[in-house]
Design a protein around this ligand. Structure first.
Ligand code: DX5
Ligand code: ZN
Length: 223
């Protein structure tokens, strides 16, 4: 049986923003595979975070890819700015784009991998007709806007359904899960079919971040 590559993506949302460069370097040294960069606009979601300037500022501190999660509406105008700022992956919510097919194309044309994000209440049907333009599917296991929320258990069935859709393409599309991921549920999320795991509070909130990541990897290995 082929072995799955698992990726752990700490979300900067739970980092100390006053020392973001150090924070990012620290979790990369601690074993992070990606840096998850949450962009919130106080419009599509009820919170406001950071934009391309901050992405550009952390880029020299990131020897791993930057995984930009856009929680902004509209999406298209800001895509090029994040590509220039050093994003490797740009994901967005279908509800936030009037033209999902166009937005996926814009992201790829800018040289990035394109991801589509599904809120707990958003059906996977949005993948219909655009699967060939998608490089990553991101399943939200909390409602977007805040770190530190509890994992919504019904997300597991959705991950399984997304895995089926991805496998049917025969392409290597990443399946990421975001929200409430911790060492004690990461194994179940992987079992449902995910390969990429966002964790904010469980990593940045831990006293020993390397130990937190090691524990997650151990759970992934042990399943
Ligand atoms: C929520 C964000 C998440 C969040 C995850 O809107 O997209 O990336 O930071 O944080 P935790 O792991 O604390 O749920
Ligand atoms: Zn996120």
């Amino acid at each position: 049986m082929p072995t799955t590559t698992f990726r752990i993506a700490p979300s900067i949302l739970s980092a100390d923003f006053a020392r973001l460069g150090d924070e990012v370097r620290g979790v990369i040294d601690a074993g992070a595979d990606l840096i998850h960069f949450d962009v919130m606009d106080n419009h599509y979601v009820p919170n406001l975070t950071v934009g391309p300037l901050v992405c550009e500022a952390i880029k020299p501190h990131c020897k791993v890819p930057i995984d930009v999660h856009l929680m902004v509406k509209p999406v298209d105008r800001i895509v090029g700015d994040f590509a220039k700022a050093g994003a490797s992956i740009i994901s967005f919510h279908p509800e936030a784009s009037e033209h999902v097919h166009r937005t996926l194309g814009l992201i790829r044309d800018a040289g990035c991998k394109a991801g589509l994000v599904f809120n707990p209440g958003t059906p996977l049907d949005h993948l219909d007709h655009v699967m060939d333009l998608v490089d990553l599917v991101l399943i939200m296991s909390v409602n977007p806007g805040f770190g530190g929320q509890s994992f919504i258990a019904s997300s597991l069935a959705k991950v399984t359904e997304a895995r089926k859709r991805i496998d049917a393409t025969g392409r290597e599309i990443w399946l990421e899960v975001d929200g409430g991921i911790k060492a004690d549920n990461i194994g179940a999320v992987a079992k449902a079919g995910a390969d990429t795991f966002v964790a904010g509070s469980a990593i940045f909130g831990a006293g020993d971040r390397a130990a937190a990541i090691r524990k997650m990897r151990a759970e992934l290995g042990a399943r």
